[in-house]
Design a protein around this ligand. Sequence first.
Ligand code: GSH
Length: 209
Amino acid sequence: MNDGKYKLYGRPNSGSDIVQMMLEEIGSPYELVPVGRDPAEIAAYRKIALTEKVPALILPQGLTMFESAAICIHLAASHPEAQLAPPSGTVEHARFLQWMVYLSANLYECALRIYYPDRYSSAGSGAAEGIRQQATEDFARVLSLLVPSLTPFALGRDICAVDFYLYVLAGWLPGGPGPLHAKWPSLAHHAALIAKRPSVRKVEAQRKQ
Ligand SMILES: N[C@@H](CCC(=O)N[C@@H](CS)C(=O)NCC(=O)O)C(=O)O
């Protein structure tokens, strides 16, 4: 057991922000553990999360989970009272799963190509600029498939985990999401709605400290 508390491993401005927003929405007690970038800290962290990536979440039952979308889906299922996902087995839940996996597999992946381009070619840093440019174009193309569903949230009138996931990831466009908001007013409106949530305000205020 883990004192009945969640333990979230993360870094400001990373995928752990999404999980922290989920935990704030749920209102469960949790401990936030910062993961540094020096090799000794990463080596120690490897014993917690096999992938060495953040976020990782230790559940109150003791299991350690990694993969941000899986963590969010699990949190939504474990705390139905927070209404972060439609009821399991419904058509709405099918759409929920679709967009969670879509964002994780596609938009998050574009962001990783933007921020770690040298990992995507054996040419190393020589190819980095081209990879970053392609990933930035892909980022907008990936988003363009989800934007028409924003009415105002990804599943319609009710907010769910997809909305927090989308909000955080869209904010990772280098220079900020301004150009995306100018192109898609519905995305700008969506971001404004999410930014007002106390959970989001708290996480964003903390990461500025
Ligand atoms: N698919 C993973 C991706 C996690 C990931 O790449 N996290 C980034 C931060 S947003 C990270 O840990 N980067 C450090 C690195 O790759 O060295 C997830 O959704 O959790």
